[in-house]
Design a protein around this ligand. Structure first.
Ligand code: AHG
Ligand code: MN
Ligand code: MN
Length: 337
C-alpha cells in the first residue's frame, strides 16, 4: 500500500492560509523563515559533539548567565530570519538586554514582532540532552513603515497571534498555534522538511506526571509542598503516586507533558521570588499552546496570558499543563494562603 503523502509545513501553511491571522500571507512568510532558521540550528545541534560549538561563548547574557556558543549561534540565526523575512520589525530575545528594532526599510514595513528564547535548556547542550527554541509573535501596535516601539513588545499574552517551539530531541519537531489548534511537524532529515505528524494536539485533562525541580522544595510555599506531597501519595483510585519527570529544558518537559498529560511547575523560591522563567518568551508562548490544547497555565493566581507585562525580561511563576492538575495546585495554594 502506498504510504500517505507527506504534508510539509510549507504546504500546510499554504493550504491553511485562511487560518492565519489576517490571512494576508505575511504571517505565513514569517513562520516559513523561522522554520528555516530552526533547520539551520538543528544542523548545528546535531553535530554539537563534533563541531566547535560546545561550551561557553565567554560572555554573559541579560540574566547574568554564561552564554553558551549555541545560545549565541541560535540567537543570531533567528534574528537574521526575522530581519530577512521582511515581515518582522523587531525582536526581543533572552540573549539581548535591549529589544532589537530593525533599521532597514524592508523590515520596518513588517507587521509583526517576535519574542524568543533562541536556545532553551542551555545546561543540557553539552551533555546531549534535549533542548529547544521558543517563539511568540504579536502584531505590532506602532504604525507600519516606522521603527518598532517598546509597546509593541509589551502586550499581554492573550494578544499573541502565533506561538510555538522547536524541540531538538530524539527527533526534531516544530509545534505551533495561531489560535486555531496546535499542530506538530517532525523534521525528516532525509528531505530536510518539517512534515505534519501531529494534527490538532489535545492534552489529557488529567495526567500522571509532575515536573518540578525538587531540589528547591525547601524553598517552596506550603501550598506547593502540599501539592507535591499529593502527587507522591499512594492512592489506587487516582493512580498515585504520579511519576516525577524533570529534564531541565522547559521545551522538552512541556512537550512530554502536552502529549502524555502532566503538570510542569516553576514556583517562586526564596532565591527567585517571581520564579525563574521569563513571561514574554518562555511562559506566554507555552501558555498559548497549553490553552489551545485544552490545558491551563497560571502564575498561581491568574492566567499567565492575562498578565500585563511591564518589562521585556520579567519573570513569573509558572504552573502549566493538564487542566485538572493545574486547578488542584491552585486550590491547594489558595487554601494555604
Ligand atoms: P534557558 O536555558 O533558556 O536559560 O532556560 C532554562 C530554564 C528552563 O528551560 C528550565 O525548565 C529551567 O530553566 C530549569 O531551571 P532549574 O535548573 O532551576 O530547574
Ligand atoms: Mn529558557
Ligand atoms: Mn535560553
Amino acid at each position: 500500500m502506498p504510504s500517505a503523502p507527506f504534508i510539509t509545513l510549507n504546504q500546510f501553511i499554504v493550504d491553511r492560509q485562511a487560518d492565519f491571522p489576517y490571512a494576508s500571507g505575511e504571517f505565513s512568510r514569517l513562520l516559513y523563515y523561522l522554520a528555516v532558521a530552526a533547520k539551520i540550528v538543528n544542523r548545528k545541534v546535531n553535530k554539537a559533539g563534533l563541531a566547535d560549538i560546545i561550551g561557553e561563548a565567554g560572555s554573559t547574557n541579560v540574566q547574568g548567565e554564561e552564554q553558551k556558543k549555541l545560545d549565541v549561534f541560535a540567537n543570531d540565526q533567528f534574528i537574521a530570519a526575522c530581519r530577512n523575512s521582511g515581515e518582522c520589525c523587531g525582536v526581543a530575545s533572552e540573549e539581548n538586554q535591549e529589544v532589537i528594532t530593525f533599521e532597514t526599510e524592508l523590515a520596518q514595513r513588517g507587521n509583526y514582532v517576535v519574542l524568543m528564547d533562541p536556545l532553551d535548556g542551555s545546561s543540557n547542550i553539552d551533555v546531549n540532552v534535549s533542548i529547544g527554541t521558543i517563539f511568540s509573535i504579536y502584531r505590532r501596535l506602532s504604525p507600519r513603515g516606522e521603527m518598532a516601539q517598546p509597546g509593541d513588545f509589551l502586550q499581554p499574552g492573550r494578544k499573541q497571534c502565533g506561538a510555538g517551539y522547536v524541540l531538538y530531541g530524539s527527533s526534531t519537531m516544530l509545534v505551533y498555534t495561531t489560535g486555531r489548534g496546535v499542530y506538530g511537524f517532525t523534521l525528516d532529515p532525509s528531505i530536510g522538511e518539517f512534515c505534519l505528524s501531529h494534527s490538532l494536539i489535545t492534552t489529557p485533562t488529567e495526567g500522571k506526571i509532575y515536573s518540578v525541580n525538587e531540589g528547591n522544595i525547601g524553598q517552596f510555599s506550603p501550598g506547593v509542598r502540599s501539592y507535591i506531597a499529593y502527587c507522591q501519595t499512594n492512592d489506587k483510585e487516582t493512580d498515585r503516586p504520579y511519576s516525577g519527570r524533570y529534564i531541565g529544558s522547559l521545551v522538552a518537559d512541556f512537550h512530554r507533558n502536552l502529549m502524555k498529560g502532566g503538570i510542569y511547575m516553576y514556583p517562586p523560591t526564596a532565591k527567585a521570588p517571581n520564579g525563574k522563567l521569563r513571561l514574554l518568551y518562555e511562559c506566554n508562548p507555552m501558555a498559548f499552546l497549553a490553552e489551545q490544547a485544552g490545558g491551563l497555565a497560571t502564575d498561581g493566581r491568574m492566567s499567565v496570558l492575562d498578565i500585563v507585562p511591564e518589562t521585556v525580561h520579567q519573570r513569573t511563576p509558572l504552573f502549566i499543563g493538564s487542566a485538572s492538575m493545574v486547578r488542584r495546585v491552585m486550590d491547594m495554594m489558595a487554601q494555604e494562603e
